[in-house]
Design a protein around this ligand. Structure first.
Ligand code: SF4
Ligand code: SF4
Length: 334
């Protein structure tokens, strides 16, 4: 499905108990940004993997990547003191030809800097030097490991991926990542392999820590639990498997008004590979442009307008407010 078909389908599914109505009922509509504290940069759609749940439709065949000019514009925007975090994602960020340069520049800004990696790519000869670049720039590394069960992770991400992620995590550990007193942060991401909500983050983190240490000698810092968002390839999967209505119903039933206040779009701005700005990367994939009074491209970055913009919401937003709430930094309510 292309983004128009996806948006149409989500609109239909949002016609009863719409997300906007739910926000109205808790006096949170329209929803406004509070600040821009995190700039999340989607620097490439290219990826060495082609995961079933990928909400950005990344794959080895994609070629979109952020221009160096737009990366420079991101650095200029991030020089605002209100922006505390630069969050680099993709695709596989390592496949962007200017990632090493960008990390070096951004590391000098003394902001929180993190990169989302599928880790498996760090075993590839062409990209293994990023293990050392990451350690040198002290970027926080966030690695997706959907499940501790090999078969479940491989169902989602492809054959042999579990062992490759384990080997790459060992490589990160050997550089000091996830180890005490090194300052090198290694976080993992769990998301359900199927059409259900994630379990409790704290107990899952304990389980991940115990089992990864015991079975593979791996250490890490934090586990983030993410609710799968029904967009991109995950929406296709839900539709194909006949789980779409049930999953949307599950998200709606689990609506938690207390999570609305801290949904990530209120403090995060997402930059697409072509430099266009979105409320989050889910809206990016659905091509839901920012509200009209906000600047639309990173080269026209206007902090004041963006920090108070109205957020564009649709039915997929239920994934951020279900249960304990969900964001790229894990649950919203600990
Ligand atoms: S989920 Fe991540 S690793 Fe998998 S295809 Fe998408 S961007 Fe690549
Ligand atoms: S899907 Fe995006 S716009 Fe909607 S609530 Fe979540 S972060 Fe905000």
């Amino acid at each position: 499905m292309n983004h128009m078909e996806q948006e149409k389908l989500l609109k239909e599914l949002d016609s009863s108990r719409s997300f906007a109505e739910r926000l109205k009922a808790c006096a949170s509509y329209p929803l406004y940004a509070q600040a821009v504290e995190t700039l999340q940069m989607n620097i490439t759609r290219r990826c060495n993997l082609c995961c079933r749940h990928c909400h950005v439709n990344a794959s080895p065949d994609r070629s979109e990547e952020m221009s160096r000019l737009d990366m420079e514009a991101c650095l200029r925007a991030a020089s605002r003191p209100e922006i505390k975090t630069l969050d680099i994602t993709g695709g596989a960020p390592e496949m962007h030809p200017h990632l090493a340069w960008f990390l070096q520049e951004a590391a000098g800004m003394r902001k929180r800097l993190l990169v989302r990696s599928n880790a498996a790519i760090l075993l590839d000869k062409k990209y293994e030097h990023f293990l050392d670049i990451y350690a040198k720039t002290a970027v926080e590394v966030v690695v997706s490991l959907p499940s501790l069960h090999r078969d479940r992770t491989e169902r989602m991400r492809g054959a042999d991926i579990f062992d490759r992620i384990v080997a790459a995590l060992r490589g990160l550990n050997s550089r000091g990542y996830g180890k005490p007193d090194t300052g090198l942060v290694l976080d993992l991401v769990h998301n359900p392999v199927g059409a259900f909500l994630p379990g409790a983050q704290q107990s899952l983190e304990e389980e991940y820590k115990t089992r990864l240490r015991r079975d593979y000698g791996i250490d890490f810092n934090r586990l983030y639990c993410l609710t799968n968002c029904p967009v991109g390839r995950y929406l296709d999967f839900l539709k194909r498997s006949g789980n779409l209505e049930q999953y949307i119903g599950l998200l709606k039933d689990a609506f938690n008004s207390a999570a609305v206040e801290s949904v990530m779009c209120r403090t995060t701005l997402s930059v697409a590979p072509d430099g266009h700005l979105f409320d989050c990367d889910f809206n990016q994939i659905l091509d839901l442009s920012l509200s009209s009074d906000a600047s639309a491209h990173i080269r026209d970055f206007d902090y004041e307008k963006l920090a108070s913009r109205e957020i564009v919401v649709r039915g997929h937003c239920y994934c951020c407010t279900a249960g304990a709430g969900s964001s790229c930094q894990g649950v919203l309510q600990k």
